[in-house]
Unconditional design. Structure first.
Length: 268
């Protein structure tokens, strides 16, 4: 006879007495297994809820930071043109924030786990990159960093514009914060097989295999504290587009993040 230890429902109780006591022990064992399954389900649900709120917290923080940044700029400038531009970005990010809040409300009505749903449309990727850089310009100027473009011709591609914009903002934000150099390079290449976008910073780099760890954490629905929750979300968004997010980093040399889009999404 093996008695349950306190809190251990997995251990088996086996009584071979051939009477009602044995029958009772079998029923108890079945009940213990059911409780164990229920506990596991509750743990999984708790993890899903944490993942959902972690995702939403990060997604909301980005537009809020932009709004606050440009609001502070408005206090310091007298140029009407620059003021109008700052107000435009505040309005744009305010609308994006409202859309994110509506997504949270809609998602919470049905499921605690937010599933990313793509709304694809033809988008000029070159213009989207420029728009994203302009939104982060205040932060780049704060760190005295120049963002350089290296573009081929315009690339029109079938994507969820808002989601890819979120990816770009996350990556550019990380590049600005971690760059030890005065510049960040953005390179867009369009060829017959794929569309490649590289965002290069010349910062401190990462001293471990970030990409493998990122994949491992994503499978566990966990996130890397201190290394940018946005990259987890960005990688998932790229994969939903049939693309890839590749991280190449060297200590003291910087980090290159490459976004690869399938060629069947462009207009050629």
């Amino acid at each position: 006879m093996n008695f349950q230890k306190k809190g251990e429902l997995q251990s088996e109780i086996r009584i071979d007495s051939g009477d009602e006591v044995e029958e009772l022990s079998k029923k108890f064992q079945k009940m213990a297994q059911s409780i164990t399954f229920l506990i596991d389900d509750l743990k999984n649900e708790k993890n899903k809820q944490k993942t959902f709120f972690d995702n939403m917290t990060h997604e909301i923080r980005t537009p809020l930071t932009t709004i606050i940044g440009y609001a502070n700029i408005l206090k310091k400038i007298d140029d009407p043109k620059k003021s109008e531009q700052a107000l435009h970005y505040i309005e744009s990010e305010g609308k994006r924030l409202l859309r994110l809040v509506n997504e949270i409300i809609a998602s919470s009505k049905f499921n605690s786990e937010k599933k990313i749903i793509l709304k694809k449309r033809r988008t000029n990727l070159k213009q989207l990159i420029k728009e994203s850089v302009k939104i982060m310009q205040y932060k780049a100027e704060k760190y005295d960093i120049e963002i350089n473009y290296h573009f081929d011709s315009d690339v029109k591609i079938l994507i969820d514009k808002d989601k890819i914009k979120e990816v770009l903002l996350n990556i550019i934000d990380n590049a600005v914060v971690h760059s030890n150099s005065r510049k960040i390079d953005i390179i867009l290449e369009n060829n017959m097989s794929k569309i490649i976008l590289k965002i290069i910073d010349y910062g401190s780099g990462i001293n471990f295999d970030y990409e493998k760890l990122l994949d491992k954490q994503m499978k566990k629905n966990r996130f890397l504290a201190g290394h940018g929750l946005g990259l987890n979300i960005s990688k998932e968004i790229m994969e939903l587009h049939g693309g890839k997010l590749i991280i190449d980093s060297s200590v003291e040399l910087g980090t290159t993040i490459t976004l690869i889009f399938p060629s069947n999404g462009d207009d050629r």
